[in-house]
Design a protein around this ligand. Structure first.
Ligand SMILES: Cc1cc2nc3c(=O)[nH]c(=O)nc-3n(C[C@H](O)[C@H](O)[C@H](O)COP(=O)(O)OP(=O)(O)OC[C@H]3O[C@@H](n4cnc5c(N)ncnc54)[C@H](O)[C@@H]3O)c2cc1C
Length: 490
């Protein structure tokens, strides 16, 4: 019989949206003695960066009746279900997708009951015809939601242990009976638990795991990680160590970024526009209109040579983006049609730094600065300008309205790379978020939620259903806790 330093009914490992929601439900609804272990000095995880969450047939959608996007409607659960299945090319786990479309709406009501106000329910990219109006944006965004949830779990009596990484699961007779953790002073503590919810937020901060599992292994060193350092896949590895199975470990949530400039920088907004994009060969490589889905755009950038792309624009386009606003948005980081008022200044600063933006009075001069073959690059620009003049792109069929010529000196280049926000491939779970073992049976007492629970995506994050990850984090944490309550209380 295992012995413990302290015992709980339920232990949630990870203090982001999924772990907090699991702990909140376990304590407030189930009356379970609940602990939350958080590796970092503060709870929140990547959930504090999220802008909004997906939900279907929510009270907010019903009250609003129609979305602000003309001609569009709020999606039914059935439409949501189908979109996940289709977008993943049938690689998503239907049980997990079903949980997502049925359970996300309740998160909205719970968060409202805790004081959250939803400012709008919309889409991410206004001109993306395949996108569903699933994106519920709370006032104060993810950071405020996490503050509210933290207060809620404190009020519900959850014991919160920060700077306390979980290290190992304790299994006895095929059942989870506890967790080994390390407390803030480095002491090992053995915590008894009737149920454990793995909510460690995936493995985005673990470059070795990204290389081992993602399809971007070759260029992983060029991908810029923008999530919490503490999301290193510990919880996934702890489950694998006791025989858990996985579901598509490889997908990541990537977003294009102007090297190290941050998502809200106007130089990042400028570089993310569907202007002329070339790779190291000096040639175009894709319809830049792919920028409408940040996930798809970054997937495309991540596979270019050295994981680099160069967004090319002339002075007219810079002035257009400053005066008229961005042609496309990047969520709340760069809202649609927002005037990129800081673009010129940020460009000038980055050009002075000299390693991620360049400027020249000639196309050949720009090529030389970036290190592209001047003749190839000049031919690319000349051809692109012809397409712009004709309003027709026979190479990649880009919408004519995004064909902005590169004619008025000076000319600019912004180096774009893929940034990794979170990994979204994870453990195999069933619809109740029980972790499934290699024998296809649930491991008694073990649950995974949020980015530790796989199956919602296929080979990539799904921007057709914006807010999927954060919506899933909260819904899956709740579903796991409710199953655990039943299992414990009978
Ligand atoms: C910049 C950015 C913007 C985003 N915007 C959106 C958005 O608008 N919409 C959307 O749907 N998604 C968005 N996401 C993704 C979304 O935030 C997450 O996918 C989701 O909220 C993750 O929730 P989680 O609970 O699984 O993990 P997290 O919130 O990351 O929490 C995991 C926690 O587990 C802790 N932990 C890890 N290992 C251990 C251990 N061994 N012991 C104890 N604790 C441990 C970590 O420290 C962390 O606090 C964004 C992500 C980023 C980085």
């Amino acid at each position: 019989m295992a012995t413990f330093d302290v015992e709980y009914d339920l232990v949630a490992i990870g203090g982001g949206g999924s772990g907090k929601m699991a702990a909140y439900i376990a304590a407030s609804e189930g009356g379970l003695k609940t602990a939350l272990l958080e590796k970092a000095a503060e709870t929140g995880g990547s959930s504090v960066f999220a802008e909004g969450q997906a939900a279907f047939e929510s009270s907010e959608q019903k009250a609003r009746k129609v979305p602000p996007t003309p001609g569009m409607h709020y999606p039914s659960r059935a439409e949501g279900y189908q979109r996940y299945i289709d977008y993943s090319h049938k690689r998503a786990n239907p049980e997990v997708v079903r949980t997502q479309v049925y359970e996300t709406a309740e998160t909205i009501d719970i968060m409202k009951s805790l004081g959250i106000v939803y400012t709008d329910v919309t889409i991410y990219a206004y001109e993306q015809p395949t996108e569903l109006n699933s994106f519920h944006r709370p006032e104060g965004l993810g950071a405020h939601m996490q503050e509210v949830l933290l207060q809620a779990i404190k009020d519900a009596g959850v014991d919160i242990f920060t700077s306390t990484p979980a290290r190992e699961l304790i299994l006895e007779n095929g059942k989870i009976v506890g967790v080994v953790a390390e407390d803030a002073d480095g002491n090992t503590i053995r915590i008894g638990a009737k149920a454990v919810v793995l909510a460690g937020g995936g493995f985005g901060g673990n470059l070795d795991m990204v290389k081992a599992h993602s399809r971007f292994a070759k260029n992983a060193d060029h991908i810029i990680y923008m999530g919490p350092e503490s999301n290193t896949g510990d919880t996934i590895n702890m489950a694998l160590a006791i025989g858990a199975d996985t579901w598509e470990l490889q997908p990541l949530m990537l977003v294009p970024v102007a090297k190290d400039k941050g998502l809200t920088a106007h130089i990042n907004g400028g570089g993310s526009q569907p202007v002329l994009w070339v790779n190291k060969t000096g040639q175009r490589y894709y319809d830049e209109h792919v920028a409408l889905s940040f996930a798809d755009a970054a997937n495309v950038i991540a596979i270019q040579p050295d994981g680099r792309s160069y967004s090319i624009m002339d002075q007219d386009t810079v002035e257009h983006l400053i005066a008229d606003g961005s042609d496309i948005g990047l969520g709340d980081f760069i809202p649609y049609h927002v005037q990129l008022s800081g673009l010129q200044t940020e460009l000038d600063e980055a050009i002075a730094e000299g390693d991620m933006a360049w400027k020249s009075d000639s196309i050949e001069g720009l090529a030389a600065q970036i290190g592209l073959d001047p003749a190839v690059f000049k031919a690319t620009v000349d051809q692109y300008n012809e397409f712009a003049e004709e309003g027709d792109d026979p190479l990649f069929f880009k919408d004519a309205k995004y064909l902005r010529p590169v004619k008025t000196a000076p000319f600019y280049a912004i180096e774009m790379r893929a940034a990794l926000l979170v990994s979204v491939g994870a453990l195999r779970v069933n619809g109740a978020m029980q972790v499934v073992g290699k024998d296809a049976e649930p491991i008694t007492g073990l649950y995974a939620a949020g980015m530790d629970a796989g199956g919602l995506f296929g080979d990539t994050y799904n921007l057709d259903v914006p807010g999927s990850a954060n919506g899933f984090a909260h819904a899956s944490g709740r579903v796991a806790a409710r199953h655990a309550i039943k299992a414990i209380k009978g």
